[in-house]
Design a protein around this ligand. Structure first.
Ligand code: Z5A
Length: 229
């Protein structure tokens, strides 16, 4: 049976899948591979990212990754991420989900918990208040957390960057990235119904196969035939 025939068409609202992890963990790579697989299965999906994903949010992305937000301090920088998310959710994510389109998002609110919460020490009460305003009850149906040792991720990111300068977060020290990895592992452990932690040191194809298995196991609308996972 072909893959397209093996996937049941979703009815109603689209599924929301976020990808999280440290630098160079392979999120963008895996999102592209998953988008291709969903397209082959005749499922309508969009690929988007945070910060960014909408014209307004992309302007804020530029500001934040330039390091401007850091100058304002952790709470104000968190407000910038929140403003970007508000625009992205209301102009891109919600309309797509409502139309039955699946949304594959490179980072979402777990990144705020990890970077601004755990690393930036922004209190949970502040994060919760911003979350209520920006996303309300919206949360991913599935979150894939790609886990790699920090040295591996930073090496991959540096190789991809070439001669370019590291951005605001890439420039942080090794302890920052180690704690970040722990933060994502903790998020995965605390919410096993939504999150799947995948060893992303494997080959791209091996990771992609595990992402597909996670979809099959967590999103009831998908039933793959034996051998496709
Ligand atoms: N941020 C925040 O602080 N708060 C928030 O609320 C949000 C975000 C939403 C956005 O950066 C920054 O914003 C982010 C957190 C912060 N920190 N940083 N930096 P970004 O979007 O520019 O970058 P990123 O999200 O960290 O992604 P990345 O560095 O681009 O990496 P990636 O997408 O995870 O990896 P990749 O591009 O798919 O792969 C990297 C390289 O490795 C590439 O050459 C691949 O070919 C290679 N690769 C990928 N997979 C493999 C495997 N399996 N084996 C070997 N090589 C591989």
């Amino acid at each position: 049976m072909g893959e397209a025939a093996a996937v049941k068409r979703p009815s109603g609202r689209g599924k929301f899948i976020s990808f999280e992890g440290g630098e160079g963990s392979g999120k963008s790579t895996q999102i592209k591979l998953l988008a291709q697989r969903l397209e082959a299965a005749k499922l309508r999906a969009i690929v988007t990212r945070e910060p960014g994903g909408s014209p307004g949010a992309e302007i804020i992305r530029h500001l934040v990754l330039s390091g401007m937000g850091k100058l304002l301090g952790p709470e104000a920088e968190t407000l910038l991420f929140a403003a970007a998310r508000d625009d992205h959710v209301h102009t891109v994510i919600e309309p797509a989900l409502t139309q039955g389109t699946w949304v594959l998002c490179d980072r979402f609110s777990d990144s705020t918990r990890a970077y601004q919460g755990r690393l930036g020490n922004v209190p949970a009460g502040v994060l919760n208040a911003m979350q209520r305003v920006t996303i309300g009850d919206l949360k991913p149906d599935l979150t894939i957390i790609l886990d790699v040792p920090v040295e591996v991720g930073l090496k991959r990111a540096a190789a991809r960057r070439g001669d370019g300068a590291p951005d605001r977060f890439e420039a942080e020290d090794i302890r920052f990235h180690q704690e970040l990895r722990e933060a994502f592992r903790q998020i995965a452990a605390e919410d096993p119904n939504r999150c799947v932690l995948i060893d992303a040191t494997q080959s791209k194809d091996a990771v992609a196969a595990q992402v597909w298995t996670a979809l099959r196991d967590h999103l009831f609308a998908i039933a793959t035939s034996a051998g496709t996972a």
